[in-house]
Design a protein around this ligand. Structure first.
Ligand code: SF4
Length: 345
């Protein structure tokens, strides 16, 4: 699959694979392989929010962690470009010091604001830790100034600096997590299910905050979520993953109004529409996510797909651009994407 030949691309990932061995017994004999991420390619433009969506276990979090090198890739290529004239980071070739330099510009916001903050550190220590690790601020007053400024940016009073995580609500803790990610003034944020653990009303507040911070700090996001309802209003483009593979990738509006993969269509069936407009009937998602250690033959979605044929059970579909020449790309991995588009979805 050939993607993105543009100049303003911040992150470009090509054919990323992350496989985990399946072992057995005390000798840990290798008996199989989990293909958690399998030949995944995409790019993220400067200032864009790119969503990675799919059910739990589809490989989206592993993709994010591998890009950040919290996990080592099995194979693939990824470039992270600050677009400031400096040489792009070849992410999977970085040595220790280069990795540290890269991580100053690429930060992660974690899913669970309850477990991602060390309960023994107060807010000042939590937010100052990245400054200390990267040697960005050395004096006490400089650190205090930076921590106070970023606390205000995420909607918290500088007076909370001496308090500990247990004194805050889930939404406030996630604001602290966001402050921790932003205090180094990064270029790129990987938000891994950043609002999933929060109540729906708090989710909206945090999403609005993230959108405001994107404008204020000139950020680019890789936004990982299992729920298409969460990403609709924040993402510019979305990639849908299933059992380690990219199944569909398109502009957000196109994906919501003209989903071409039955998996996307089924995920959309679970999204309540909040706005007036034509009602679109989508098939509900049935069955369980396939086992990545023992994926189905052919198209991995076939056991759950209402359109599956014998051909689908034998031949794996490739991810291909099916958009007209003059339209933005719309990639889909389904033998019958054309048939779905003719159904007028
Ligand atoms: Fe369904 Fe076949 Fe398309 Fe797979 S290739 S999504 S089984 S129609």
């Amino acid at each position: 699959m050939r993607i993105g030949n543009e100049a303003n691309i911040v992150l470009r990932v090509s054919n990323l694979c992350k496989y985990f061995p399946v072992t057995k017994g005390v000798t840990r004999r290798r008996v199989g392989t989990v293909r958690a991420v399998d030949r995944v390619s995409f790019f993220v433009r400067d200032g864009e929010v790119f969503g990675l969506v799919g059910e739990s276990g589809c490989g989206k979090t592993t993709t994010g962690r591998t890009i950040l090198r919290a996990l080592e890739p099995t194979s693939g290529i990824a470039f992270f470009d600050l677009n400031d004239g400096s040489r792009p980071f070849a992410l999977f070739d970085l040595e220790r010091e280069q990795l540290k330099a890269m991580r100053r510009h690429m930060r992660m916001i974690f899913q669970d604001p309850y477990s991602s903050l060390n309960p023994r550190m107060n807010v000042r220590e939590l937010i100052a830790e990245p400054l200390r690790i990267h040697g960005v601020a050395r004096t006490r007053s400089d650190i205090d100034d930076r921590v106070a400024t970023i606390l205000q940016a995420v909607g918290l009073e500088p007076g909370v600096m001496t308090r500990y995580p247990h004194a805050f609500s889930g939404g406030q803790r996630q604001r602290i997590g966001i402050a921790r990610a932003l205090v180094l003034n990064p270029k790129f944020i990987i938000a891994d299910e950043a609002v999933s653990a929060l109540d729906v009303s708090v989710q909206a507040q945090i999403l609005n905050l993230m959108q405001d911070l994107k404008e204020e700090f000139g950020l680019t996001y890789l936004f990982i979520a299992h729920n298409l309802a969460v990403v609709e209003h924040i993402c510019d483009r979305i990639g849908v993953m299933y059992v380690g593979r990219m199944m569909e990738l398109a502009d957000t509006e196109e994906l919501y109004h003209r989903p071409l993969h039955p998996y996307t269509e089924a995920l959309l069936g679970a999204v309540p529409r909040s706005e007036p407009g034509p009602t679109v009937e989508h098939q509900a998602l049935q069955g369980e996510v396939a086992d990545a250690a023992n994926p189905p033959s052919g198209c991995s979605f076939h056991p759950r797909c209402i359109y599956a044929t014998d051909f689908c059970r034998q031949e794996e579909p490739l991810l291909e651009n099916v958009a007209p020449e003059d339209a933005p790309p719309h990639f889909v991995a389904c033998h019958f994407a054309e048939r779905l588009s003719l159904r007028g979805i």
